[in-house]
Each structure stands twice: as structure tokens, then as C-alpha cells.
Design a binder for this molecule. Structure first.
Ligand code: PRX
Length: 635
């Protein structure tokens, strides 16, 4: 949990960074945005290609169903790739990729565009059309961004499922999206092992009937079953005549999209067992993510930017794939684990590729910190100008280590608070912002954040409350796919007129925000977001389990670890073996990240009279804290 910083522990921005910052005064831009929100974002949107300019910047006539750049026509890919083909940037590196096994692949803007065009032609030839959903379940290979961009180019809506998820999680996401086409890999490398992606896809497809065609990228080379008439190799399709345009070249037209047309679905965990698909659009999303990336990470034309997230999460969508390409930047992407084969892997790649900006999760920093300073100290990290953090609160100890050992006290840390739902950074420093370790500092210009009490009143300075956002922003989610009522219920009902984030926070006397953590039934494990209900439903799908409850307890490296409480069915006895089996069962159903740290066999679970499990009581008991109001407890 983040704690208040003493006044002397404020890190002034480095003069060198300030001198060349894209934004020199936070106050100036924040004021401009406050006075004229629509004008502020319109000015940012002018920087992009629009097939047709918008009629209205913000339509707020039907809250919370806000619309941005209404009437505007564009396509995010027109701005990520098409525009760079006619300038010198066609020769600039768009993507540098290193495989876990040391493979290196690079793509200029020209080469990336060519591959995206080829694959977009393939998708069109398979009947993929504007509005169709396509599920992407792959390892971290360049074909993942290529697939996403190709979908967007033809107007299809991609639904990327994180490659660390397993059968049940994948099946439920495919089913909900009703995809006809799925794209996967034979296997993916992770930590020296192969994740059997195609096999997991095959198993998932037994549970969902919509998928008619599966495209398989060859990465690991291990044998896989290819179902005739359903499964096709990516490399075969890419070499077919259909991958070419009529004139024989690798060209493909970019579909003209309405600013509000959907770009992608991204499933995320919420308070019920059913994952919800967050829907993002072409127009506003593009403007929001490009502006935030340019201003917060101060991207320059000759920078090498590394967002070390997984492309399967929102961080990867916004800041590995779309954001950097919108800015014409050079982005680095790495396939594997930070410690493979040794704990200097990240540092050696920073040196090798001359990375200027590193954006990573606190859990990775803490994990690498454990191995000591000698590993990073063996490498020249002097190319680093800025650092970033995302996904969970960064504890001041890890912040200071990151700042001192990796950034050499020269590179400020941009601690960016945001969510799958927000699409873009919301509370974040700019390079000119004085920093306090553990605080995400202030709202991005145009963003209004506040901390409210249960009654919806702003809490006093330094007091904990619910974090809300009081104004719409262009990259905001538009709805939950197929469930607008849940969108309203989940985010807009608790505090009328404000978006409820699900987080608790504090605001200090300087207006700095300190994020404390989730207040709903979401657990952040290594920055990954998991719902307690998803874990519980995986547990009760095991024949030995009658009831289950999952909670998050603090963990030194992962931030939180999952602890499960399990009530067995009659005829089953607790044992070491069953304990392992249940942990493995959850990993098999959801994915290894969801594997409980510990299973506790119990005789009963604390419940309300209406039968809702009181996880806070379990948590308090496990941590030895006061258990609070127990009057609603059934037993
Ligand atoms: O609890 C907050 C935490 O991550 C949640 C959003 O998770 P997700 O949708 O998976 O997106 C993660 C990547 C944007 C938030 O509700 N969170 C994210 N960034 C921070 C954070 N908590 C504290 N500090 C952050 N910088």
C-alpha cells in the first residue's frame, strides 16, 4: 500500500528532461483543458488523418453513453501505418522484436505495412468483414500486432485473449464474442518452456461452436493437430494469391470507419464470474492514447520505446501496438520472461538496443530487484531517459531502486494510473512533474478525478475514499459489449454523474493522488486482473469442491497472491495431494497466473444472510485485522 511521502522526499524533475519536454507546463495545458474540454481534445485530434472531419467533438446528450468526434470518419490504421508510407518514415523502424531464444526480427514502417496488408487481404478472403469479431490468442510474436492491425484495417473487431489464459477463460471469451475466425500460434516460448497455445485453442473450441476457421502462426515448431477444413497455417495463407491486391502488389484498402465504430473488445474481470468485454472505438481512442503517450513519455522521433507489458492486455494494445505507431515511433517488443536465461535479460537488451524509455510493471521491478544490483550494473543503461510504472501501486522501496539503480537518478518515473476501461493514462505525472514515490501524482489534462465518501461527498485531504472520474475522456470505454445495462450498473450507478473506478485512493495537500487498491472483488496478481468469482467458479467446477472463496493477500513480489478457502463435498478428505490438484485445476481452467498460492480447507464460509460470501471477513482474519461489522453475517 502506498504511504504518504515526507515533504523532503519529493523528486524535482531533472533540468535536462524539462528542457526538451514536449509539454513544459502542466498548469498551462491543464487550465486550457479545464476551460474548454472539447476545444482541447479537438486540437489534439487535428493532428490525425480524418477521411471526413467530425461534426461535434463531444456528444454528452445521453450520459453515460458519451460519443466523441461524432460524424468523423477515420481508421486508426490509416494513422498508424498508411500515413507513414508517403514520408521518410517508411524507412524508419516501427518494430524491433527479440524472441526469448535470441531471435531478432525488425520491421520498418514499410515492412510492417506490407505484412498487415497481406494479412488483411487474407482475412477479407476468408469473409471477415467490418464489424465481425476475431479472437486472437497468441504468444508475444510480431504476428500478434500484425493480426490486430489487419483486423482494424478491414474494420473487424479484434478480441485478444492473453496468451497466459487457459481453456475455460479462452472458451468463455470466444463464446461471448461470437467470433467466426480465431488466430493462434502452435506454441509460445515463456521462461524456457513452450506454452501449447494451439492445443489449448483446440480444447476451448470443443466448448464453443462459432469458430469456423483457425489461423495458426508457426513459432515453436512442435507438432500440432491441424483440423482439415478448419485450421490453416498463417505462412501458407500469406503466400496465396489472395494475399496480394488485384495488381499483384501487397496493398490493401483501409476500411473507412465511423469515429465511434468499435475497434476492439478486451475482456476483463469484474465482480461477477462472467468476464466483461470492454469496447473501444477508432476515433476517440486514437486521439487519447497518442496524446497521452507523447506527453507523458515525451516520445521523440529518434527514441526507442519499450513497453514491457503483454500485447494481450490493455497496456499492450494502447502502448505497444497503437500508440507508438500513431506517433511514428520505434517500439521494442520482447517475447519472453525477464529472467530468462539470467536475471540480466532486460538490462542486456536495454544496452543492446539502446532503449531510451522503459515502461514496466512494479511486479517485474520487484522481481528483478530481488536478484540484486550486480545484474543491472554489468550493463550500460545510460540510454535510458525516462522510466514508467503501471498496473498496481509501486511501493516506495521498489520506486527508489528503479530510480537509483536503473535510471541512475537521471530518469524520472512516470507512475501511470489507468484501466482497461479508461484506455489511456488518467492519473500520471508528465516529465515536468515533481515526483513522490508511490503517487501517480495528478490527473492528465482534461481528466477530473476525485475521492468520494460512501455518500458521494469529496473526502477530506489525506482521507481514503472511492476514486471517481468526473468528466468524459476520448479513449473511454463506450459500453460493455452486448450488456449496456451492466455498463451503467458497474460504473455509473454508485455515484450519479461520475465514473466509479473500483479503486480506493487518497489525495494529499498538494492534490497528488495515492492509489490504494481495488475495493471490489478484483485481485491484482503481478499486475494481472482476476475476479474472485472466476477463481471460485473454476474451483467449484472440480468434483471434490462444494463451495469456494478466493481472496488476495499481500505478496512481496506479486503485489497480491490468491488464497482460496474450500469446503469439500462429502466423501472427500483434505490432503496434500488434493491441495496440489485443486491449484493445478485452477491453472488449467483459467491460466497459471490464477493458480492459488494456498488452499485452506474449511468447514464453512462466512456469508451474509442472502448467501453472499463475505471475503472481507476472510481477509481480515487472515491478516489478523479487526473483522468489522459482523451483524449481517449468517453464522
Ligand atoms: O487498481 C488499479 C490498478 O490496476 C487497475 C486496472 O487494471 P487493468 O484494467 O488490468 O489495467 C492495468 C493497466 C492499465 C486499476 O483499477 N492500477 C493500474 N495502474 C496503477 C494501478 N494502481 C496503482 N498505480 C498505478 N499506476
Amino acid at each position: 500500500m502506498a504511504t504518504e511521502t515526507p515533504a523532503q522526499d519529493v523528486y524535482a524533475p531533472a533540468p535536462g528532461v524539462v528542457a526538451q519536454a514536449n509539454i513544459k507546463s502542466y498548469a498551462e495545458v491543464a487550465q486550457q483543458a479545464e476551460h474548454d474540454l472539447a476545444g482541447f481534445w479537438a486540437e489534439r485530434a487535428e493532428e490525425f488523418v480524418w477521411y471526413k472531419k467530425w461534426d461535434k467533438v463531444l456528444d454528452d446528450s445521453n450520459p453515460p453513453f458519451y460519443k466523441w468526434f461524432v460524424g468523423g470518419k477515420t481508421n486508426v490504421v490509416a494513422n498508424c501505418l498508411d500515413i507513414h508510407q508517403t514520408t521518410w518514415r517508411r524507412n524508419k523502424l516501427a518494430l524491433i522484436w527479440e524472441g526469448e531464444d535470441g531471435d531478432l526480427r525488425t520491421f520498418s514502417y514499410h515492412a510492417l505495412n506490407r505484412e498487415v496488408c497481406r494479412f488483411a487481404n487474407v482475412l477479407r478472403s476468408m469473409g471477415v468483414q467490418k464489424g465481425d469479431r476475431v479472437t486472437i490468442y497468441m504468444g508475444r510474436v510480431p504476428e500478434l500486432p500484425i493480426a490486430m492491425l489487419a483486423c482494424a484495417k478491414v474494420g473487424a473487431v479484434h478480441s485478444v485473449v492473453y496468451g497466459g489464459f487457459s481453456v475455460d477463460a479462452l472458451a468463455s471469451r470466444i463464446e461471448d464474442s461470437e467470433s467466426h475466425v480465431a488466430i493462434t500460434c502452435d506454441g509460445g516460448y515463456m521462461n524456457g518452456k513452450i506454452v501449447e497455445l494451439k492445443k489449448i485453442m483446440d480444447e476451448a473450441l470443443k466448448r464453443c461452436a462459432t469458430v469456423e476457421q483457425v489461423i495458426v502462426v508457426k513459432r515453436s515448431g512442435q507438432p500440432v493437430t491441424m483440423e482439415s477444413g478448419r485450421d490453416y497455417w498463417y505462412h501458407d495463407l500469406m503466400n496465396l494469391p489472395v494475399a496480394r491486391a488485384n495488381n499483384g502488389g501487397y496493398k490493401c484498402s483501409t476500411e473507412e470507419m465511423d469515429a465511434e465504430d468499435p475497434l476492439y473488445l478486451l475482456y476483463t474481470s469484474g465482480t461477477t464470474g462472467k468476464p466483461k468485454a470492454i469496447l473501444h472505438t477508432h476515433g476517440g481512442y486514437m486521439v487519447g492514447i497518442a496524446t497521452t503517450l507523447k506527453w507523458v513519455f515525451d516520445i521523440k522521433e529518434d527514441d526507442r520505446w519499450w513497453c514491457a507489458a503483454d500485447p494481450g492486455w490493455v497496456t499492450g494494445h494502447s502502448y505497444i501496438v497503437y500508440g507508438p505507431l500513431l506517433l511514428g515511433a520505434t517500439s521494442f517488443m520482447y517475447e519472453g520472461a525477464p529472467t530468462y536465461p539470467y536475471p540480466n535479460r532486460w538490462w542486456s537488451m536495454i544496452e543492446k538496443y539502446g532503449i531510451n524509455i522503459l515502461y514496466a510493471a512494479p511486479t517485474a521491478i520487484r522481481g528483478l530487484m530481488r536478484f540484486g544490483e550486480a545484474w543491472p550494473n554489468r550493463h550500460d543503461l545510460s540510454s535510458l531517459r525516462l522510466l514508467g510504472s503501471v498496473g498496481e501501486p509501486i511501493n516506495p522501496e521498489a520506486w527508489r531502486w528503479y530510480y537509483r539503480v536503473i535510471g541512475k537518478e537521471r530518469a524520472p518515473i512516470m507512475d501511470t494510473w489507468w484501466q482497461t476501461e479508461t484506455g489511456m493514462f488518467m492519473i500520471t505525472p508528465l516529465p515536468v512533474t515533481p515526483l513522490k514515490p508511490g503517487s501517480a501524482t495528478k490527473p492528465f489534462p482534461g481528466v477530473e478525478a476525485d475521492v468520494l465518501s460512501e455518500e458521494g461527498k469529496p473526502v477530506a485531504e489525506g482521507e481514503e475514499g472511492y476514486l471517481v472520474l468526473k468528466k468524459p475522456w476520448p479513449a473511454m470505454l463506450r459500453t460493455i459489449y452486448k450488456d449496456p445495462e451492466r455498463y451503467v450498473q458497474q460504473y455509473w450507478r454508485k455515484f450519479p454523474g461520475a465514473y466509479f473506478t473500483g479503486d480506493s485512493a487518497r489525495k494529499d495537500r498538494d492534490g497528488y493522488f495515492w492509489i490504494i487498491g481495488r475495493v471490489d472483488d478484483v485481485i491484482k496478481v503481478s499486475g494481472y486482473r482476476l475476479g474472485t468469482a472466476e477463481i471460485e467458479s473454476a474451483l467449484v467446477s472440480h468434483p471434490a469442491v462444494a463451495e469456494a472463496a478466493a481472496i488476495g493477500l499481500p505478496h512481496e513480489v506479486r503485489g497480491n497472491a490468491i488464497h482460496a478457502y474450500v469446503l469439500l463435498r462429502t466423501g472427500h478428505e483434505p490432503s496434500e495431494q488434493l491441495n496440489d490438484e485443486l491449484r493445478q485445476h485452477v491453472a488449467h481452467e483459467i491460466g497459471p497466473i490464477a493458480r492459488p498460492e494456498k488452499i485452506n480447507f474449511v468447514n464453512g464460509l462466512p456469508k451474509t444472510r442472502s448467501g453472499k460470501i463475505m471475503r472481507r471477513v476472510l481477509r481480515a482474519r487472515a491478516l489478523g485485522l479487526p473483522e468489522g461489522d459482523l451483524t449481517t453475517l449468517e453464522d
